[in-house]
Design a protein. Structure first.
Length: 275
């Protein structure tokens, strides 16, 4: 976020690692966790919604084809914007608060919830949904590529429950899905961050998505749309590797439990040795 929205005329950071070092030096290690409350509040619901909608949409479409995987993922991405947009607005505002300050001199927001409440009081429902259209444009195709890539990768690698290397395969497939997902719509993420950060200093720069795209390109060139990409991809692989592997293993385990329950009762039901 900081790399995406920093002033090109007076940049604070030269790149991902310089940003990382500067935050620790200027704001301590706790500076790296600014805005963590918002994802912790929202990600549980987002992931539950995403995987639930994707699974049910895929069943409704009937056939498990690559196109249906993409459509089901896109549907999930579109619906979760309802939670994702306010969550990322609070995260963005919290992460930009007190940039470069060890101890905040002026603290506009106490935490993520306080941030959303104050934005709502000042700007109403429209305020807490700032960046909703750009979030929708980013998330809808992004989640389509997310689930499509995971499906293709797991099929290609032959991820089966009996495979002793199934966990590493799932982790790799999930990580690559995250990378492809972010690469597919990353420029829109830059625009979303800029729109949600707009007005933090009391000055509004952009009138909308197209105005933000035009002004950003005019002032900084096409490279502006790749700002922060390195840090995003470094985060995307482990996060999505863990997410997809956890969901898949859990569902495989639950399926094996259901299969056991459907069997005729015997004196002792052994736990399955495989996933």
């Amino acid at each position: 976020v900081r790399l995406q929205v920093q002033n090109v005329e007076k940049p604070l950071y030269r790149g991902t690692f310089h940003c990382f070092q500067s935050i620790i030096k200027q704001e301590s290690a706790f500076g790296l966790y600014k805005g963590i409350g918002s994802p912790m509040m929202g990600l549980t619901f987002i992931n539950a919604l995403v995987f639930g909608v994707q699974g049910n949409t895929l069943r409704a479409l009937g056939k498990d084809t690559p196109l249906n995987q993409f459509l089901a993922g896109s549907a999930a991405g579109a619906i979760q914007c309802i939670i994702c947009c306010p969550m990322e607005l609070a995260k963005t505002r919290m992460q930009l608060q007190g940039t470069g300050e060890y101890k905040l001199k002026t603290k506009n927001y106490k935490n993520s919830l306080d941030c959303l409440i104050k934005i709502y009081q000042k700007e109403g429902v429209r305020g807490i949904n700032r960046g909703m259209v750009s979030t929708f444009i980013r998330e809808t195709p992004s989640f389509g590529f997310y689930f499509l890539t995971y499906d293709l990768m797991t099929r290609y690698l032959g991820c089966e429950a009996e495979d002793s290397y199934v966990i590493p395969k799932l982790l790799f497939s999930g990580g690559m899905s995250g990378i492809v997902s972010w690469l597919s719509t990353y420029p829109m993420d830059v625009i979303k961050s800029r729109l949600q950060a707009d007005g933090v200093g009391g000055v509004t720069q952009y009138n909308g998505i197209l105005d933000c795209v035009r002004k950003s390109y005019h002032e900084e060139g096409w490279r502006v749309f790749t700002r922060g990409l390195t840090s995003t991809l470094l985060r995307a692989f482990p996060v999505n590797a863990a997410t997809f592997a956890t969901v898949t293993v859990f569902l495989m385990y639950m399926k094996s439990e259901d299969d056991l329950c459907e069997c005729e009762p015997g004196p002792v039901i052994q736990q399955p040795s495989s996933l």
